[in-house]
Write a protein that binds this ligand. Sequence first.
Ligand code: CMC
Length: 435
Amino acid sequence: MRSTIRTMADTLTITDNRTGKQYELPITDGTIRAMDLRQIKTGSDDFGLITYDPAFMNTASCRSRITYIDGDKGVLLYRGYPIEQLAEHSTYLETAYLILFGELPSPKQLEVWTWEITMHTMVHENIKKFMEGFTYDAHPMGVFVSTVGALSTFYPDGKQIFDEHSRLRQIHRLIAKVPTIAAYAYRHSIGRPYVYPDNDLSFPGNFLNMLFKMTEIKFGVNPVLERALDILFILHADHEQNCSTSAMRGIGSSHVDPYSALAGAAAALYGPLHGGANEAVLRMLKEIGSVQNIPGFIKGVKAGEGRLMGFGHRVYKSYDPRAKVIKRIAEQVFEVTGRNPLLDIALELERIALQDDYFVTRKLYPNVDFYSGLIYQAMGFPVTMFPVLVAIPRTAGWIAQWEEMLLDPEQNITRTRQIYTGPKRRPYVPTAKRG
Ligand code: CMC
């Protein structure tokens, strides 16, 4: 089929050059509806024209009111609020409330929300037993994914996804329990006893307590590290329709409970192309070893021998706004923990890359992962915990996107189309007759 395409003010006109037939497709929000293409038939037995979009590079799968990104300008907004302002003034719990419910909480709402989250931090003792079954060196993210999925067996009421009160209960449970599960996964991986939540502490303070408390009666939280972790949580709370969020929506569209859907989303985050890049940055910095080796490394990257990890982004074609905030808090963290020696290499790499034509013309700037690993490492986290540290705050985004999907009357169970390229219909060949 050949066709010509023309756009008018708010419509797209497609002419089928074989039949001369014209189709007028409405353009709304810079988008045409893929289903409007169905009326165009490529043959008499064809059910209609479809689009081919591997990796969904140019397909909007939903309307969303949660997160806005302008990749060219380096803008990230949660419910309209710039990420920089939230990182400056808000806490993770306030931000999670904003992402989930659409508005910043009033003082009373914040008090109730904080109380609910604090009261749900404990996990069933059987979850501890279940986690003890993992091998001593189990990757904390693998443990996290499995345990979050297992929560569905502890909370069968989570299946009541169209009951608003039930949904809210699962939201409280998920936001409150993911740090506990993450901390237990970490303690398990290093063979230390699990630490129960301390409800006197803040959300990040309690997380640090569950990770690092030893024999002391009360864990002393360092306020600089507590705030730095809270800011990192704010920066990672949502990032619109990325791989794991799409997984959350896609799995949730079958109307499974949120624990099962969230386990799937966390599994998507586990992959090195998504939640694992900060680990790759650390490995790269270690390999470079010293500032003198940077020119040689950059030369190799430009020759296609490898990538400058922590640089470049599918959406951001300018400085990732999250990276700017992280770079600033890195200095504060290092004042407490001591300077991470890899920071000098990172700073020099950034300086050189931002002046180099290769990176400038390709619009490659530092992304969120360039400095976050350095902070995590300085705070005492092993690299295996890095994706878990993203999964904790991203839980707010995943659930908000899941709920938005559930309540959107336009949504249905997710199912994409395919172009079949396999063999045509053929008769079965018995075993004895196969060559
Ligand atoms: N180092 C060197 N060259 C690069 C890099 C890099 N980090 N990123 C892209 N390029 C080059 C690439 O080789 C290509 O060059 P050419 O046009 O000559 O072939 C050009 O830039 C465009 O690359 P692309 O792969 O088409 O760009 P993309 O938008 O599809 O890729 C990316 C985005 C994040 C996969 C890529 O920039 C990358 O691999 N970065 C390093 C890994 C990394 O830091 N990932 C974390 C992403 S942020 C986490 C999150 O938000 O989930």
